[in-house]
Design a protein around this ligand. Structure first.
Ligand code: MN
Length: 205
């Protein structure tokens, strides 16, 4: 009975939009209400809808998002699952009221250990995000060896694809910044540091 109930729950499982812990205009002027309306309300909603349409009847039905992103072959299911995971982590890592401009605790210690200083980490992360050609993501993750690592992920990929644990991601698809910054990707990236919720990022470790 319990097994049947479990499988019914899994069959009915759908992938859902993350609930934003802030109002759409709360991240201004770093990210405008208009950008949140489109990026969260239209782009992410489309990825969620696509995934829910694509998965039923496949081997991925009922599987957690991370498992799909880690194991699906390149194609529509992987692309949409990756973007749902990416954007869920992305939108939940922001806050209009930073408790700290820098990470604290074990995250701060790990950054100092693996990058020398927070300033140097930001410099390396900015370079990855600004230098990524085309559409994709820059990520800070915990690697398989337990060390922090910065990666550039093309299109909708995510560090779970390499067996890493993603902590912080910057979206450098043009839809993330074009309404507010047009082609000035570096300006957008520089300002994102003002709205990072370091407590959220540290809890992902
Ligand atoms: Mn995006």
């Amino acid at each position: 009975m319990k097994t049947l109930l479990m499988s019914l729950i899994l069959i009915n499982m759908t992938y859902e939009m993350p609930k934003l812990p802030y109002a759409h205009d709360a991240l201004e002027p770093v990210i405008s209400k208009e950008t949140i309306d489109y990026h969260y309300g239209k782009h992410l909603q489309t990825y969620v809808n696509n995934l829910n349409n694509l998965v039923p009847g496949t081997e991925f039905e009922g599987k957690p998002l991370e498992v799909i992103v880690a194991t699906a072959p390149d194609g529509a299911i992987f692309n949409n699952a990756g973007q749902v995971l990416n954007h869920t982590l992305y939108f939940l890592q922001f806050t209009p009221k930073q408790s700290s401009k820098e990470p604290k605790g074990k995250l701060a210690e790990a950054i100092k250990r693996d990058f020398g200083s927070f300033e140097n980490f930001k410099k390396e992360f900015d370079a990855a995000a600004v230098g990524l050609f085309g559409s994709g993501w820059a990520w800070l993750s915990v690697g398989k060896d337990g060390k922090l690592v910065i990666t550039k992920e093309p299109n909708g990929s995510n560090p779970v694809r390499h067996g890493y644990k993603p902590l912080l991601g910057f979206d450098v698809w043009e839809h993330a910044y074009y309404l507010d910054y047009q082609n000035r990707r570096a300006d957008h990236i520089n300002r994102l540091w003002e709205i990072i919720d370091w407590d959220v990022v540290e809890k992902r470790m």
